[in-house]
Design a protein around this ligand. Structure first.
Ligand SMILES: Cc1cc2nc3c(=O)[nH]c(=O)nc-3n(C[C@H](O)[C@H](O)[C@H](O)COP(=O)(O)OP(=O)(O)OC[C@H]3O[C@@H](n4cnc5c(N)ncnc54)[C@H](O)[C@@H]3O)c2cc1C
Ligand code: FES
Length: 284
């Protein structure tokens, strides 16, 4: 963050307001972690994001106009990590937008709009007497890395439980400290689901708060598990996002109190606000 940048934080510290308009930043490095790429960017004018917030990204060159002319719109990415004047994002190449972003080289330009949305709550009142269990699936580990950094810095007790489909994806676990791993094919760590690890942790000690991000079926399993044991949980959800700032209503998801725009009222929602985490249209 530059000396002149203004960071305005609202919603009990869960939201840093974005500066108006998108800003062009420069890619400093791209590093591969198995199936995932990490983009590190210089962001001298950007305010520090809260864990769980995201940004809308588009490459400065060749965004649109490629095969089939996609992608047109920017794409949403959780902040993986933030240091003064730098931002990091994690991505897996699953389509035209992520393919373009995964080709970026040091020196290339990137449009960033953010930080956007409401992130995780790490209020002392929520953590009091509880250890934090971070539960991530696939590329959903991204917002848990910045969250772990913040919790560790505040001396909170933290355990990271991460699930991946195979060993190639499990290489992403190196982005968090001391993570315990589950893989679907058993090629690394526990053979099975990350929720098996969560169940074992909660069987051992239920004085916990769960922070989770991953595919909808994983989030729904986490939600149901925590609801059944009265363990508080915060879930970082996904839905298709066209604008990222409340204008298009493309990202609405149902809650017990009606529909909310996930880009404004989320992406992190308290689990007890949800009947289900199986949001329509999401699937990653
Ligand atoms: C708040 C938020 C944070 C995100 N953080 C990350 C991140 O840190 N790293 C990362 O790699 N991706 C992240 N995503 C997902 C990413 O934005 C999409 O995968 C992206 O749109 C893919 O663009 P594409 O052009 O490569 O592929 P597309 O052609 O747009 O999509 C490829 C496939 O993914 C599905 N898809 C696209 N967007 C979504 C979505 N939002 N939810 C579920 N399925 C989707 C499509 O239906 C399609 O099957 C995040 C999404 C949200 C809403
Ligand atoms: S993405 Fe446009 S309103 Fe949420």
């Amino acid at each position: 963050m530059s000396a002149g940048a203004l960071a305005v934080t609202t919603d009990d510290g869960r939201r840093t307001l974005a500066p108006p308009g998108r800003r062009r930043v420069t890619v400093l490095a791209r590093q591969q972690f198995g199936a995932y790429a990490v983009l590190r960017c210089a962001d001298p004018g950007g305010p520090p994001p809260r864990p769980g917030q995201f940004a809308m990204l588009a490459t400065a060159e060749r965004w649109g106009g490629g095969d089939g002319e996609r992608p047109f719109l920017p794409r949403a990415f959780s902040v993986l990590r933030a240091r003064p004047g730098e931002l990091e994002f994690l991505l897996e190449d699953v389509g035209p937008g992520t393919a373009r972003l995964a080709e970026l080289e040091p020196g290339d330009g990137l449009w960033v709009l953010g930080p956007l949305g409401i992130g995780f709550s790490v209020a002392a009142s929520e953590l009091a007497g509880r250890r934090a269990l971070l539960v991530g699936g696939g590329v959903g580990i991204a917002p848990l890395a910045i969250l772990q950094d913040e919790l560790v810095a505040s001396d909170a007790a933290v355990t990271a439980l991460l699930g991946f489909r195979d060993g190639l994806h499990a290489a992403g676990a190196a982005l968090l400290r001391d993570a315990r791993i589950a893989t679907d094919d058993g090629s690394a760590g526990h053979a099975g689901l990350v929720t098996d690890l969560l169940t074992a942790e909660l069987d051992r000690d239920q004085a916990a708060i769960v922070y989770a991000c991953g595919p909808p079926p994983m989030l729904e399993a986490v939600r149901a598990l925590c609801a059944g044991r009265a363990v508080p949980a915060q879930l970082a959800l996904e839905s298709g996002m066209a604008c990222g700032f409340g204008a298009c209503f493309g990202c609405v998801v149902p809650t017990r109190s009606g529909y909310v725009r996930l880009c404004l009222d989320g992406p992190v929602l308290d689990a007890d606000r949800l009947e289900t985490a199986l949001t329509p249209g999401a699937g990653h």
